[in-house]
Structure formats: structure tokens, C-alpha cells
Design a protein around this ligand. Structure first.
Ligand SMILES: CC(C)(COP(=O)(O)OP(=O)(O)OC[C@H]1O[C@@H](n2cnc3c(N)ncnc32)[C@H](O)[C@@H]1OP(=O)(O)O)[C@@H](O)C(=O)NCCC(=O)NCCS
Length: 372
């Protein structure tokens, strides 16, 4: 038996170096605290920061906006037709994962040079086109026609407009933008690590992001935000919250939206979103859901010492904005694409094939007999 040291889930193991995000002194993207970014920057600014290392100047901001708008308008019609016609029963995460892969077939520089300018261009193109893909998939399953991207509109407003074909409220745009900022990056989480592993084989950005979307889909990772709403709906009423959660804990049920592999004493993103979530609940007449959530949170904190993670408030925020649950994890994709692509470029800039070992625990050496 091999005796290489091993930690299940690679818990507490450093699997590489990064200059993109740190979590030791609060959560910071390239040195900026997320609270600072969420209060003062837009999601597009943050995506620029992640992809290029610095916040944009006024000129950069204008050019990046134009670049995103140009790429969004160039989303291949062939891809949009496929996702628009996808079966209504297919999870949107599956459709957007296929969409990311399909975009490669019509990308002008697919198979092109392995240089940073190409990777940056492909990353920006994915960031711009995935919202168009998601909006088309969403509308298709409802029998609605596609809505074109609007070059004038900023990222979140453009997405909501393509989704609903109406102008969203400023409040909805601002709230969605903040959640996109907070979802954008989180060092070596499962999906980002997946993206880096694929990148390390010298594969392309599209393959990396397609694989990362597959990793994000799972309920222990991005899929948790959709399960949070299922949980709150199952509880149903504030009176049922306490018996429901006590019963769930007694049955050792895993409560979605709580706990985190690295944040054991609290997720700063959940703390940041809590007041916004409460305000939106009030504005949208959803105080009863907040009451249910409040009881559940109080009891899990007291009984299990588990604080909520980002998905706990963000799922409720999306619900209070009237967004259907099936969009929650795909929204995470739109945002995290910025982080994944930043990691792709960082990995590629200083690449070494990621190929760890395993400790063999199977049968000892054996020989085939004539009857085997
Ligand atoms: C995120 C998560 C996978 C991290 O877990 P982890 O670091 O592997 O922690 P463990 O699974 O080892 O859990 C440690 C203990 O806390 C408990 N625990 C952790 N998260 C829990 C949760 N959400 N609900 C109930 N109990 C939980 C475990 O059962 C375990 O208890 P035990 O020691 O009595 O067996 C886990 O907290 C989880 O499943 N959360 C729900 C899914 C979720 O919200 N994911 C989004 C993450 S951002």
C-alpha cells in the first residue's frame, strides 16, 4: 500500500498558488475587500478586475462594455436555436453547460493560438454570450420568442431585459448585480479547481468552463441555492419552521445554505447580503419567508454551530426579485465565469500538469487462472 499523505476531500491541503482571491483576511478579489467592491463597483468592473488584474479606468470601462456588447450581439444563432429548443424538462444547468460547449464550435478563434490575448478574448466572449444563451434557453421552455441583447445596457440590466422582455426596476438590477459580484470568485473551490485541472492539460477555455459548470451543478456546491428555496417552500409557514428544522436535524438531514468547507465561523458574503435580503423581503411582501428563514437560522446556529453560507440569503433575494428557482444556479454560472476564466489564464501563465497520486487500497497482486 502506498503511503503518500492524503486528506479526504483535500481538506486543508493547498493545491496551488493564486493572486486572484484570498480568504484569510476577509474575502478579497485581487486585494479588494468584497464589501468594498459590492458597495462601489459594478459586476462588469469586478469581472474586468478578475480577468485583467486591475479595476478599469473610465476608458477601460467604456471599452470593456463595448466589447461585451459586441460579443453578446455575435452569439451564434445556431447555438441560440439549439438551447431555445431544448426540452423544457432539461435542467437549465444542463442546457447552459451544453451551451458553453456549443459556443466553441462557432467561435472564430477556436483551435487558435495558445496565447494570453486569445484566452482573454475567449473568456470575455464567454462572459458576454452565456447570459444570452441562458435567457434564450429560459424563454424557449416557456414558448416565448428570444429577445436580443441590448448593447446599451449594463450586464445585469441586459440579462433581466433579455429574460423578461421588459425594463427591470433599478432595485432589481442593483440587487442582482451585488449577488453577481459576491458569486464571482472564491479561490480553489470545486468548480474552479476543475477548470484549472482541465486547463493544466493545455485544453481550451471552453472545455474548462464546460467542465466547471458540471462541477458547479452539484448540491454541495452551486446547486445549493436552488435547494434552499425548495426547503423554504417545504416548510411553508413560520409556525412549521421550528418543528421542521428540529425534525430535520434529528434525522441528520443536511440543510442547504448552511456550513462551508473553509468558513467555519461565518461566510462574509452571507453577512453582507443579510440586510439587503431583509429589505427586499419587506419591499416584496415576503416577510413570512424571512420569518421562516430566521427561525431555521437561529436553531441551526444554536444546535449545530453552523452559520449560513452565501446561498442562504442569495436564494431568497432571487425569490424576492421574482426570479424562478431554476435560474439560481445558472445565475451563479454567469458570475463565476469571470473567476473561472481568471483562473484559467493564471494556470496557463505558469502551467504544470495537475496530476496527483492516489493511495491504492485494492486487492494485492493476483494472477489470472484459466477459469477467470
Ligand atoms: C458545504 C459543505 C459540503 C462543507 O462541508 P464539510 O467541510 O465537508 O463539512 P462536513 O460535511 O465534514 O460537516 C461537518 C459537520 O457539520 C455537519 N454539517 C455540515 N454542513 C451541514 C449542513 N448544511 N446541515 C447539517 N449539518 C451539516 C456535518 O453533518 C458534520 O456533522 P458531524 O460532525 O456531526 O457528522 C457542507 O457544509 C454542506 O453540505 N452544506 C450544505 C450544502 C451547501 O450549502 N453548499 C454550498 C456551499 S457554499
Amino acid at each position: 500500500m502506498s503511503d503518500i499523505s492524503y486528506r479526504p476531500g483535500l481538506e486543508g491541503v493547498s493545491a496551488g498558488e493564486t493572486a486572484i482571491c484570498s480568504i484569510d483576511d476577509g474575502l478579497r478579489y485581487r486585494g479588494y475587500a468584497i464589501e468594498d467592491l459590492a458597495a462601489n463597483a459594478s459586476f462588469a468592473d469586478v469581472a474586468f478586475l478578475l480577468l485583467r488584474g486591475e479595476l478599469p479606468s473610465e476608458d477601460d470601462r467604456r471599452e470593456f462594455h463595448q466589447e461585451l456588447a459586441r460579443f453578446a450581439a455575435q452569439t451564434p444563432n445556431e447555438v441560440l436555436e439549439i438551447v431555445h429548443g431544448a426540452p423544457a424538462a432539461a435542467p437549465l444547468m444542463d442546457v447552459i453547460r451544453s451551451g458553453a460547449s456549443l459556443l466553441a464550435h462557432w467561435a472564430p478563434d477556436e483551435g487558435g493560438d495558445d496565447d494570453m490575448q486569445t484566452h482573454l478574448r475567449e473568456s470575455t466572449r464567454l462572459l458576454a454570450q452565456l447570459p444570452v444563451v441562458l435567457a434564450a434557453a429560459y424563454r424557449g421552455r416557456r414558448g416565448l420568442p428570444r429577445v436580443d441583447a441590448d448593447a446599451e445596457l449594463p450586464f445585469a440590466e441586459n440579462f433581466l431585459t433579455m429574460l423578461h422582455d421588459t425594463k427591470p426596476t433599478e432595485r432589481a438590477v442593483q440587487a442582482l448585480d451585488v449577488t453577481l459580484i459576491l458569486y464571482a470568485e472564491h479561490e480553489f473551490n470545486a468548480s474552479t479547481f476543475t477548470a484549472r485541472v482541465v486547463c493544466s492539460t493545455l485544453s481550451d477555455v471552453y472545455s474548462s468552463i464546460t467542465a466547471a459548470i458540471g462541477a458547479l451543478k452539484g448540491p454541495l456546491h452551486g446547486g445549493a441555492n436552488e435547494r434552499v428555496m425548495a426547503l423554504l417552500e417545504e416548510v411553508g409557514s413560520p409556525e412549521n419552521a421550528e418543528p421542521w428544522i428540529r425534525n430535520a436535524l434529528a434525522n441528520k438531514q443536511r440543510i442547504m445554505g448552511f456550513g462551508h468547507r473553509v468558513y467555519k465561523s461565518g461566510d462574509p458574503r452571507a453577512d453582507y447580503l443579510a440586510p439587503l435580503c431583509a429589505e427586499l423581503a419587506k419591499e416584496s411582501g415576503n416577510e413570512h419567508t424571512e420569518e421562516i428563514a430566521g427561525t431555521i437560522e437561529r436553531i441551526i446556529r444554536a444546535e449545530k454551530k453552523l452559520p449560513p453560507n452565501l446561498d442562504w440569503p442569495s436564494a431568497r433575494i432571487y425569490a424576492y426579485l421574482g426570479l424562478p428557482v431554476e435560474l439560481y444556479t445558472p445565475l451563479f454560472v454567469l458570475s463565476r465565469t469571470a473567476g473561472w476564466c481568471a483562473h484559467f489564464m493564471e494556470q496557463r501563465a505558469n502551467n504544470r500538469l495537475i496530476r496527483p497520486r492516489s493511495n491504492y487500497v485494492g486487492p494485492g497482486p493476483r494472477t489470472m487462472t484459466s477459469s477467470s
